[in-house]
Design a binder for this molecule. Structure first.
Ligand code: AMP
Length: 191
């Protein structure tokens, strides 16, 4: 089963994806995490990506599509994938669909994690203090929220026109959010 977690920065996509990965064996693929690994490794790609990420802008479609393509056939993805922070553009969504259909697969569920804007800012400030992410500063944050509003306006209608996109209330505590996600997943999971 393949799932997309769609939502603004600091909506809790990563936290929830890790819980669902643990419980159901679906593999979290986070393009943000992959890019941060590149940055940490000091690779050429990492150096280029860091400049873009620190500005709160989007890395090119080509780069993130390539990163997903490299991972999708790995054994840990056999049971399915939770796409976290990908796709962020319609071009990425189309590339993903093509990648999956070549493998006889599809996206089974797209969920939107909805969180109030002031709560996002609160969470990002907390995360910036805890994790020292260089793109969790207020300027990059504003830009990332604006980017999210821009790209979700394209990507969400793309998926909504193909089926139901359940909205998860991401303002709740972690367990409350997980319970809502599980309820949506139950419909599709083998019992
Ligand atoms: P995230 O951890 O998902 O918030 O991603 C952190 C940053 O990585 C974003 O602000 C972008 O600069 C970059 N990034 C992550 N995923 C993507 C993507 N699918 N497309 C373009 N840029 C991305």
């Amino acid at each position: 089963m393949n799932v997309i977690f769609f939502g603004p920065p600091a909506a809790g996509k990563g936290t929830q994806a890790k819980i669902i990965q643990e419980r159901y064996g679906l593999q979290q693929l986070s393009t943000g995490d992959m890019l941060r690994e590149e940055v940490a490794s000091g690779s050429d790609l990492g150096r280029k990506a860091k400049l873009i990420m620190d500005r709160g802008e989007l890395v090119s479609d080509e780069i993130v599509i390539e990163m997903i393509a490299k991972r999708i056939d790995s054994p840990e993805c056999a049971k399915g994938v939770i796409f976290d922070g990908f796709p962020r553009t319609v071009a990425q969504a189309e590339a993903l669909q093509e990648m999956l259909s070549k493998r006889g697969q599809a996206i089974d569920i797209v969920m939107e994690l909805d969180v109030d804007q002031d709560r996002i800012i609160e969470r990002m400030e907390k995360r910036a203090a805890e994790e020292e992410r260089s793109d969790d500063n207020i300027e990059a944050l504003k830009k990332r929220l604006q980017q999210y509003n821009d790209y979700s306006a394209q990507v969400l209608p793309h998926y909504r026109s193909r089926g139901n996109v359940p909205v998860i209330d991401g303002n709740q505590q972690v367990e409350g959010v997980t319970a809502q996600i599980e309820e949506v997943l139950q419909v599709k999971l083998p019992s």
